[in-house]
Design a protein around this ligand. Sequence first.
Ligand code: ADP
Length: 867
Amino acid sequence: MSHTKQTRRLTPASSETLLTMLETLPGAFFFLNDSDTIVYANAQAQVITGATREELHGNPFWRSAPHLVSTALYQAVLKTRQTQEPTEVEYGSPVTRTWLHVQLAPTMGGVMLHVHPRRAPARRQEMVPTSPPLAVAVLDGLHAGIAVLTPEGIVLEINEAPLDGAHLRREEVIGQPLTQTPWWSFTPAGQEQLRAAIARASTGETVLFETLVRPREGMFLHLEVAITPQVNADHHIEYLVIAGIDITARKRAEEEIRVLVDAIPQLVWMARPDGSAEYCNQRWCDYTGMTCQQAQGDGWLQPIHPDDQQRTLGVWQRALQTGRPYEAEQRLRHGTTGDYRWFLVRAEPFKDAQGQIVKWFGTCTDIQEQKRAEQQLKESRENLRVLAETVPQLVWTTGPDNRLDYCNQRYCEYTHATFEQLQGHGWRQFLHPEDDQGVMPLRYQTLETGEPFESECRLRNGQTGTYRWFLARGMPVRDDTGQITKWFGTNTDIQEQKRIEEALRQSQERIRALIDSNIIGITTAEVEGEVLVEANDAWLHMSGYTREDVRSRTLTRARITPPEQAPLFERALQEVTTRGQHTPIEAELVCKDGSRLPVLVGGVLFQDRPRQMVGFALDNSARKELEQRKDDFIGMASHELRTPLTALKLQTTLLARQLAKQGTQASAPALSSMETQINKLIRLVEELLDVSKIQAGRLEYRQETVDLDALLREIAGTMQQSHPSHRILVQGAVRASLLGDRDRLGQVITNLLENAIKYAPDAQTVEIDLSASEDAVTIRVRDHGLGIPREQREKIFERFYRTADPKQRVIPGLGMGLYIVAEIVKRYGGTITVDSEVGKGSTFTVTLPLMRDARPRKARHARHLSR
Ligand code: ADP
């Protein structure tokens, strides 16, 4: 509509004359409106453009008349429109290469163009310059594709290079909107990109971008495009120059790099000189879970651990400023797990020929494992250090050259020196001079062989100046190749150990001296098997056995001890088991030749599994012999004393009778006293004789029926007469008779009653009590006297034993009474026990079995063989 309107307004349609004239005038006439639309074109114009009037009318001039389009003409149209003055321009047609002379004149709301084709250029000063800055002839020489566009994007001029590539003729392009040309028309996205760029450029901005074009079917080119607006003196944008540089090769190279970069087992990225990210490889994207686009600009900072971002950025900025390589350790978040791993990030600047940084190439190397290993190493180093500080030893390390390079605090404390004083060979000043001579050559020797070493040396205590013994141990530390890199060592204080060892050695020596002394026989026996496993020379000597006998393990207890002493040894063994040792016992050793040697033996348990005991044996024969002699003497002496005593008693009795007959009463008391004393003496001598007989096993026992009850009452009666100080209370009665020796049984009762009276000086009563069961009779004698301490209750039955208690000591006695009692009771197969409380009294209990044949068993004869 607007075309019609304008046509009507602009076309002097009323004037047929004018139209006819225009049709007939030489040259082509175009009338353009404000938007460069053709409102009229004459016949000649149709000839020049090769188009019908219909094809021209109402269409844009620049598109409809490509033969005529040029920057010069375009500039001239603009000038005419602005100045409203006629002008003219001459130029070579970019399409036909013919010279054209165009006269332009303003019309009402438009411009009139009168085009004259010419053979050669005219020389007219006033014309618009025929060689605009971007003349096609000039541009044709360029490889780059260059075109001049109207601010709307219509192609005014274009050089040869792009036309060649696209197999296009210039007229196919000139006057066309660039977006519609084959290069751009293949994709709407490309068209849109160009359209937007042209729009931005026509506002005065220089626009740079990269794009992909398709000059022809099957051919694609990467272009780096720059659109530069050309501004005239009035600050109007006259036209746009678009230059496209083929960067296909570079792009391909870049693509190749990218493929390569994607193949690298690292996260790889590229950044622009300003530090903004440009590209990240697939691995980077896979790891971070981000796309390459998301990393653009400073998106790459996102996956970095918040704690590391500031530091990383700082280092990156410094690298950008200095142009020096960038290196930083940072944690990067894994896109899917959200976990952070440590990476070592490095970047190198890539510079052009002028030394300008074009790009930064960076890599991120996963060092998580390394970090972890480092951490572990750190921890284990720390552990080692703590360990070295806690152990009670002096800890040190030296280099392969034996120079100290570490020691623990304890080392410093002991030597009272600083590490600086000890390092290198400093520690040697604390080594005892004698040991320095001994230890150092050994160390150097082991350094060469690489053998762990152990040596004892004395180190000086830095504070006290005294030396202590240490055991130094060293172990080599080797690297992967087996090379010794270090010696790790400890010094253990063995001073106390040394002292103990010395003490032990001395005590062992003493024991050895004892064992070898030939005084005491020492044996080792296995408790379980009761067999001798070791014996010293002294024992072998006294027993007559050989070392071979010992070794053959045939010296059992049964073999080397008399059978009748088995109970004695069993008791001793029992004691060893419970107490670890037994009270020495007097026993006999059966020697190799069958003779018996009196010995004093003792034993101590000294080892478990197999339980072994160490025994000693002392030759007791000398003592036994002496004892025998003493016993013999007592026997003989008592025997010898009895005869004169009996004679004395007889004479005294006779004398008493004679004096009685003569009526001499005055001497009666003295004689009676004499008789009493003689009786006492006789009893003493008889007791002595009894003891001696018991010792020799010759105490005789008569066999007769004894009415125990009557015997007891008879003795009690007699005793009561001779001891009126105490009342003897007889309790119980037994109607049983016993087969035995009346005198001996009487001796038992008498002795017990005598003691009960004797050791209860302040008491009034003594009780004697007789009872019987089916198979035994029991005689119990109770007093209310001094009592007997517990520890003496066993001993009082021993021969000649008297207590040490002063209170009892003053009471006369020879320690034979209870010995004889116990012996008689034993012979009858009975028992005697004592129950007592010190200060309160004692009760002696005798139990005699009521055997049908109550004869005392045959006395066993203790034989002592002297050597
Ligand atoms: P002794 O001739 O010394 O009485 P015994 O063999 O009869 O000899 O007694 C040994 C020791 O036993 C005595 O010395 C005495 O210490 C102690 N003893 C014996 N009977 C009694 C008792 N009834 N009360 C206290 N001590 C007694």
